[in-house]
Design a binder for this molecule. Sequence first.
Ligand code: MN
Length: 150
Amino acid sequence: MTGQKPVRRFQDFRWEATDLLAYRQDDGVPFKDVTRQLLFQAPDLLGELRYFEVAPDGHSSLERHDHRHAVVILRGRGRCLVGEQVFDVGPLDLVDIPPLVWHQFRATEGESLGFLCLVNVERDKAQLPDESDLAKLSTHPGVGDFLRAK
Ligand code: MN
């Protein structure tokens, strides 16, 4: 982000001079209606700050990886799976996703869910669940319904 203006203005959940990107490039990773803005990418800080927005009824991919996420919800309401539990989340809630914990975000019906996500610049690729992982996750209260939600 060299040559960036010191202040990039915010309007309607877009930041100026910041591209609206597809959620991810990986082929074959299931997700629905998610956009991404890369707000800060600073290798000297070792971190990147991104803003994701999940459209109403959309969801991020169900995944886990070695790197941690620190998430701040900015807009809307939704639910997130962290490990073996599902949580309702709303504006300014903080979500800590430790290494190698399954996680997924779903927007509430009729509302977009937008959140900041802090992550390492250098990070491992996401792992996706296989049938046995999904079966194991589904045994926890509320998780099966969460995973089956369309
Ligand atoms: Mn992730």
